[in-house]
Design a protein around this ligand. Structure first.
Ligand code: FAD
Length: 404
């Protein structure tokens, strides 16, 4: 096999690292690029906790001894249970530990450009100027570039009056300020709680009629749940209940559902709601306005923002804030992947902005694979979480082995 016949993995978060680990186990030559765990280190609040339990927060490796509980054991700590949310800082340390042990060949360089080569394969240009060829490319570039700010708010991002939750690691700079947080999912709720705890005056604006939170687990291990409960709502990687069992265990079948059904399930299964442990940090702590929609936003001439709100009861209202944070999630949009040449982007067949993928995560361009959030519209909600790394990495490494 010559040097051109190798797989290029772009991204060093859980999905890129798991892909590299599985390729390595199959002896497929690869190069992997990116800053390890950068999505978690540079685009999430440092004082955040994971919403997923320790039981479903391990990065997949083929070799044994790489689970979150193995990392904890090595630090001399107990494995942790459903009732112990994982601090972000610990998960980042686990990810770096995983990378150093499993994928030490990671190259901490950014991939600037990927072009198609005449006759097949790809030409890859790195930020340090190196250019080389590969037979296949796996894009594991994460969620940050898909951060979604609603069009009513987007123009004010240029003035620094509006930002996305992904722009913040530390909310300390908002102490003493009025901050409107838009959204009702985990990111919006946790950002508002952290803003309040760090001395800001948040107001949460949610379209939903009420806020939703998960129920506190009654046992530390899913296996210890009473039998009747386990039959009614079995445990799975994504949580408890038959719909979550189906999405956790059958992502391959999800791909065969009609587009309309997949789209609806992706937005309704598991969203938007806050983790059970957030409720007491939200309820009664700061103003929450449910059933409202932001219809317009403009600078107020005093360095802040005036928001025009439309309430479910038809009443219009105004709110002034020093700053607005959009906790409005992420939307896959191939048009934002500017590291792919325009020609490659044109050749990728999409549905609703996301690439259409084969059972092996390959797009309509032979040898071009997408994993992580970009694959969620095809394989369902499992791919939005770390617990999907095993399914994705097994399939991609098997397909790439056939290609190499
Ligand atoms: C606030 C928040 C909380 C979350 N909480 C949870 C949770 O509790 N549990 C859970 O399972 N999931 C959670 N998620 C989802 C989580 O982000 C994904 O499960 C996971 O990070 C996806 O991994 P990834 O490898 O696809 O992306 P990321 O972790 O985002 O990694 C992307 C990687 O790509 C690299 N990269 C990007 N562009 C380039 C380039 N051009 N060249 C080289 N490298 C590049 C980056 O450096 C980085 O290494 C959360 C997401 C958010 C936003």
């Amino acid at each position: 096999m010559n040097a051109d016949q190798r797989v290029v993995v772009v991204g060093a978060g859980p999905y890129g690292l798991a892909t590299a680990a599985h390729l390595k186990a199959r002896h497929v030559p690869f190069r992997v690029f990116g800053q390890p765990m950068d999505g978690w280190r540079s685009h999430m609040p440092g004082r955040m906790y994971l919403k997923s339990s320790p039981f479903s927060s391990s990065i997949s490796a083929v070799v044994p001894g790489r689970r979150l509980e193995d990392f904890r054991a090595e630090e001399g700590r107990a494995p942790g249970g459903e009732r112990d949310p994982v601090p972000l800082e610990e998960f980042v340390r686990y990810g770096l530990w995983f990378q150093q042990r499993t994928v030490p060949e990671l190259e901490q360089v950014t991939v600037r450009r990927i072009d198609a080569r005449p006759g097949g394969g790809f030409r890859v240009l790195l930020d340090d100027g190196e250019e080389f060829a590969g037979t296949a490319v796996v894009l594991a570039v994460g969620v940050v570039r898909f951060a979604h700010v609603p069009p009513e708010l987007a123009p004010l991002t240029r003035d620094g009056l509006v930002s996305h939750t992904a722009d913040h690691v530390d909310f300390g700079r908002f102490a003493g300020q009025d901050v409107a947080v838009v959204g009702a999912g985990q990111s919006a709720l946790e950002s508002a709680a952290l803003l309040y705890e760090e001395g800001a005056r948040p107001t949460l604006l949610a379209r939903a009629a009420t806020l939703a939170f998960g129920s506190p687990p009654r046992t530390d291990s899913p296996a210890d749940r009473p039998l009747r409960e386990r039959v009614r709502a079995p445990s799975a990687l994504l949580g408890n209940g038959w719909p979550l069992v189906a999405c956790s265990r059958a992502p391959a079948a999800y791909r065969h559902l009609p587009d309309r059904v997949r789209d609806r399930l992706l937005h309704t299964v598991l969203g938007p709601y806050g983790a059970w442990w957030l409720r007491e940090r939200v309820d009664g702590r700061f103003p929450v306005r449910c059933g409202v929609r932001v219809v317009a936003a403009e600078p107020d001439g005093r360095g802040g923002v005036r928001l025009l709100l439309d309430a479910a009861d038809g009443q219009a209202a105004e709110l002034r804030a020093d700053h607005v944070i959009a906790g409005t999630g992420y939307r896959v949009d191939l048009g934002r992947l500017d590291l792919l040449s325009p020609e490659l982007r044109r050749r990728v067949v999409t549905a609703g902005g996301a690439p259409r993928l084969s059972a092996g995560f390959e797009s309509s361009v032979p040898g071009l694979y997408f994993t992580g959030l970009a694959a969620a519209p095809t394989f369902g909600p499992l791919l939005r979480f770390v617990s999907g790394t095993g399914f994705a990495a097994r399939r991609i490494s098997a397909a790439a082995t056939r290609q190499a």
